[in-house]
Design a protein around this ligand. Sequence first.
Ligand SMILES: C[S@@+](CC[C@H](N)C(=O)[O-])C[C@H]1O[C@@H](n2cnc3c(N)ncnc32)[C@H](O)[C@@H]1O
Length: 191
Amino acid sequence: MAARDREKWNRKFSEMPDLLASRAPSALVARFYREAPGKEALDLACGGGRHTLFLSQQGFHVDAVDISDVALAKLALKVDPAKVRCIESDLDHFTPASDRYDLIVITNFLDRALIQRSAAALKRHGIMIVETYMDDPGNEKQSTNPDYLLQKGELETFFSKGWEIVASETFWNEDQEQYRMRKQGIAVRKQ
Ligand SMILES: C[S@@+](CC[C@H](N)C(=O)[O-])C[C@H]1O[C@@H](n2cnc3c(N)ncnc32)[C@H](O)[C@@H]1O
């Protein structure tokens, strides 16, 4: 599985180098990163690293994790290694260190078990931001495996106990993306 995922994403990043261009951070990340109680961040499935780059510019130390060595090699050229660690790993089998981070970001990637495993990695009062695509009849791309799409209201169900929901939103994705898709995002604070 890991080898197939790596191959698939390396191919995408190689065929569409634009995916590795520096892009604007998600609006939720830009609005809520300041609520993190400290400066240790984790960017899971970082891809081109738009959040890693943004957060390191805001003074965070970032652990940036992805399966694609192509994406990470490109990202490594753009960051200060004293501030950003690029970690090549299959998130299917990745459990971040406990009580380690002030901010965790997971965008445009859905692994329900990973969201749950990552909760223990946040410090008390730490902020987690999760944002990704929804199953929606208005989506321009209908071929996506439904397992990788959120159902309406689903994100909130991961954070029902022990969390403060700071923001929870449904919206159409940014113009910079290839297909127009419905998205859901949440920012939560660990109690
Ligand atoms: C759509 S991109 C999202 C990139 C970034 N989070 C963003 O919002 O710009 C999805 C990323 O997930 C990574 N990915 C896919 N499967 C993975 C896995 N099993 N383990 C780690 N990363 C994976 C891909 O390499 C790709 O960089």
